[in-house]
Design a protein around this ligand. Structure first.
Ligand SMILES: NC(=O)C1=CN([C@@H]2O[C@H](COP(=O)(O)OP(=O)(O)OC[C@H]3O[C@@H](n4cnc5c(N)ncnc54)[C@H](O)[C@@H]3O)[C@@H](O)[C@H]2O)C=CC1
Ligand SMILES: N[C@@H](CC=O)C(=O)O
Ligand code: NA
Length: 818
């Protein structure tokens, strides 16, 4: 025996009913003995309530609404049955509507809608839908029988939420089934008293009917057919990565539904659970879906938690005072007062200091709760034992639920850590000793971000997203986007990671797209959908969007953009950048950014500030963290100058080599920054700061490399013209060096807290003699690397190596966020 229940959307239209019929036919073909429970057509119950209220208020327009409901049912008959088969069904349905119209006329005359009458009005919804479907099944040759549950389910007269008399009900159901061999089509939701007065079963009504029938008949399974793929790990409208839970325990389903998951209403399934009957939640519109199994107890689980649920809108009441400490009975009085006024409490938390108790309620009850409590504790407030009753609104609750967290460690650690890393403030928290649920209260503004971030860490094998906001899509930014595009599949399949480009801007246009900009079409999308760039607006929007796992990637050389870093870090958004401006300004600013990132628990990463993708900053930070002391740094830190001195030779013009370096993407956007020594000075300044020497920009002694005419060129083109005019100067530098068997090297040194940058010549013995291409080389002499320095060497400029260094920083944030 199997009991099936089809909800309002499943019987909502002609097409969906046809789908229901085909599901039933498949089952019948397998010889299953069944009972089928139907809800009213989707939306009809609410409409009937509205019509009843209008009638009782004397609003004659209720008749028009009633006509529309009637027409919807007539149209359903026309859509389901051949013309020649329609008349009996029309007659039956018309009969029901006549009855309903008489009833409503009575209501409108006496201007009163009692709960008893409302139950009768509502019962028409199920009676109508079930009548039509029964007829449609009959005309398909299926032996079926309309079964009005009012004749089988016996209740008391608590109208609207009647209580079932199981003894009589079970007996009546068994007697009925003993007599019939046809397929019973049962009206959900409705029942009746001993006097035959119609009642309804309250919230989750038709599920309850299915459960009552299933339990009475000892069914092997109860199938709840709905319009979604079973119960999901989170609300898919809020968490796009949510997926179906294959199996859940009854207790877990209870917890999730308490916190808003509305697929089933577990209390209504209690009779079936008491008899250990399996429940399957299935999708009428996706019959291939295998369903969520709801068991009495949890089976082996893949994940530490089963699902995440939330209540969007709650108010937090906090009552505190020194007079509460050690006084018995305060909480009893508190909750009695609330219950006397029918104010339901959702979550309670009290710290062991007993200095305060806080709890959450529906915000619509907030003002009433304050009045009630002020009255209940009038005496304590008057003498100052209770000093305040505060109410905070615009809050939400998130609950993680799962039997898997019982007696297992690390679940709450993971929850609070992901919230912390995303800068989400937890206002209150509660965990029941059943260890089935941990709830946190947080700002409503953080709800979506928190849900997605929590989902990401607990359901690891699903794809997590890192939201990137990229400013500047020139050489490095553009190459980064290309690398992201090329790695999409690898990251998805191997790392379960999506790098979601949620924002992009160049100097002309900006585009914010939380669902992601296609990295294969970003140029077109930015061009077509972008709006005029405004960096303040862009940053402001990023902060407002409040997406989880957000990373701001600055790929410009903009001098002012650094002012936004502070705001971004302060809003818990990590910053990754190859732009050296922030770290090479005033020391106080550098320090402030470092501190801000640390304080906020987010990352500020800039490995590519020095030596592009070469691991230079990370190496220093590792040595510093482990307590090494830096004695000396000697380095070639300019890819451009390295390339120039590795390429410039007899028969080659200096200016052409500089142009080549620019074309190869080694130079700064303004190559004067490279040749003036500024770029190298900024880099050694950054390294000095990283090793704990708090230098300012003016502390770096730069020995000028260029003749004055080049150094002072007012524009990039003028600069190239001056370089061309000064070829003899550069040739002489070269030939002088060669005459001594040496090569030209632009070397930065940090020693005894002093930093210098100068052009030197070095001979074959010097470790910097053999370099090629755009190589950088950094030699660290430390207490641990004293006799032989630690050397990092390799290409230190260029689009690919720089973008991949930025990429690596982004990946390290992804690992940090977990
Ligand atoms: N090229 C290289 O090998 C390396 C470069 N870097 C750094 O990478 C950064 C980018 O360099 P490239 O890509 O080579 O320069 P680029 O000039 O090709 O790209 C920078 C882009 O940023 C845009 N931009 C500037 N200010 C902007 C603003 N306020 N809003 C929006 N867009 C803006 C520019 O229009 C340009 O398209 C620079 O800070 C550079 O120092 C760091 C290491 C190596
Ligand atoms: N222009 C720079 C690029 C890296 O920072 C260089 O030439 O090294
Ligand atoms: Na680097």
């Amino acid at each position: 025996m199997k009991v099936l229940k089809f909800g309002g959307t499943s019987v909502g239209t002609v097409d969906t009913i046809k789908q229901v019929i085909s599901i039933l036919e498949n089952n019948l073909a397998q010889g299953e003995r069944m009972a089928v429970i139907f809800s009213a057509m989707g939306g009809v119950t609410n409409r009937l309530i509205e019509i009843g209220r209008m009638a009782s208020a004397g609003q004659a327009e209720y008749l028009e609404l009633l006509k529309a409901v009637e027409e919807r049912h007539f149209a359903t008959i026309r859509g389901l049955l051949n013309v020649k088969n329609q008349s009996t069904t029309f007659a039956a349905v018309k009969g029901l509507f006549n009855e309903l119209e008489d009833l409503l006329r009575g209501v409108s005359l006496i201007r009163e809608l009692t709960p008893r009458t409302l139950d009768l009005i509502m019962s028409f919804g199920e009676r109508l839908s079930t009548t039509i479907i029964t007829e449609a099944l009959k005309h398909r040759g299926i032996a079926t029988e309309y079964c009005d549950a009012r004749s089988l389910i016996r209740t008391n007269d608590h109208f609207g939420l009647a209580e079932v008399d199981f003894e009589i009900t079970n007996r009546q159901i068994l007697e009925y089934f003993a007599k019939t061999s046809a397929l019973p089509c049962v009206t959900g939701f409705v029942a009746s008293t001993a006097d035959g007065i119609t009642t309804t079963l309250g919230r989750g009504g038709s599920d309850y009917t299915a459960s009552i029938f299933g339990a009475a008949l000892d069914a092997e399974v109860i199938e709840i057919w709905t319009d979604v793929d079973g119960m999901m790990t989170a609300d898919p409208r809020k968490v796009p990565n949510a997926f179906t839970i294959p199996s859940i325990s009854y207790a877990e389903a209870m917890e999730l539904s308490h916190f808003g998951a509305k697929v089933i209403y577990p209390p209504s399934l209690q009779p079936a659970f008491a008899k250990n009957i399996l429940i399957k939640v299935l999708n009428t519109f996706n019959t291939a879906f295998e369903g969520t199994l709801v068991h009495r107890s949890a089976n082996g689980k893949e994940y530490a938690i089963t699902g995440i649920s939330s209540i969007d809108d709650v108010a937090l009441v906090n009552i505190q005072g020194s007079g509460m400490i050690g006084v018995a009975g305060i909480s009893a009085r508190l909750f009695t007062a609330l219950s006397d006024h029918r104010i339901s409490v959702i979550l309670i938390s009290q710290a062991s200091s007993e200095h305060s108790i806080c709890f959450t309620i529906d915000p619509r009850n907030a003002d009433r709760a304050r009045e009630v409590l002020q009255k209940a504790f009038e005496a304590e407030i008057a003498v100052g034992d209770i000093d305040s009753i505060s109410i905070e609104k615009n809050l939400s609750i998130i609950a993680i639920v799962g039997e898997g967290m019982k007696k297992s460690t690390g679940v709450s650690g993971k929850l609070f850590s992901v919230l912390g890393k995303n800068g989400i403030n937890v206002i209150a928290t509660a965990q029941g000793s059943s260890e089935l649920n941990i709830s946190v209260v947080l700002s409503k503004n953080d709800l979506s971000k928190a849900l997605n971030a929590i989902h990401g860490v607990f359901f690891q094998s699903e794809t997590r997203s890192l939201n990137l906001f990229i400013v500047g899509v020139g050489l490095i930014g553009g190459t980064l986007l290309e690398q992201i595009r090329n790695q999409t599949t690898y990251l998805r399949d191997e790392k379960f990671l999506k790098l979601n480009v949620a924002g992009l801007t160049n100097t002309k246009k900006m585009l914010l797209e939380p669902d992601g900009i296609d990295p294969t079409r970003w140029r077109d999308e930015l061009d077509e959908l972008g709006v005029k760039t405004s960096l303040p607006a862009f940053v402001q929007r990023i902060i407002e969007l409040n997406l989880p796992n957000s990373v701001f990637v600055d790929c410009t050389s903009d001098k002012d953009i650094v002012y936004y870093y502070g705001d971004l870090l302060d809003a818990n958004i990590s910053v990754v950048t190859p732009n050296k401006v922030a770290n090479s300004g005033r020391y106080a600013e550098y320090l402030q950014l470092q501190r801000m990132a640390l304080h906020r628990g987010v990352k500020f990463l800039y490995e590519t500030n020095v030596g592009a993708g070469l691991p230079i900053i990370n190496t220093i930070q590792g040595l510093m963290a482990s307590g090494d002391k830096f004695l000396k740094i000697e380095a070639i830190l300019s890819g451009t100058l390295s390339y120039i001195f590795n390429t410039f030779g007899p028969g080659v013009r200096f200016v052409d080599v500089v142009r080549e370096a620019k074309a190869k993407g080694y130079t700064e956007p303004d190559p004067r920054d490279d040749l003036s020594g500024t770029d190298v000075a900024r880099k050694i300044l950054i390294l000095a700061r990283e090793v704990g020497v708090p230098l300012e920009p003016e502390d770096i002694a730069i020995a000028q490399l260029l003749p004055d005419n080049c150094q002072q060129a007012p524009s990039i083109e003028a600069f190239f013209a001056e370089l061309e005019a000064s070829n003899d100067y550069f040739e002489k530098l070269l030939t002088d060096a060669q005459a001594q068997g040496e090569v030209l090297r632009y070397i930065a040194t940090l020693e005894n807290d002093r930093a210098t940058v100068e052009l030197r010549t070095v001979g074959p013995q010097h470790p910097f003699y053999t370099l090629s291409g755009s190589d950088n080389i950094v030699s660290f002499t430390t207490e641990r690397y004293k006799d032989r320095p630690l050397v990092v060497k390799g290409p230190g400029a260029g689009a690919e190596v720089t973008a991949s260094g930025v990429f690596a920083d982004i990946m390290s944030i992804s690992s940090y966020l977990g």
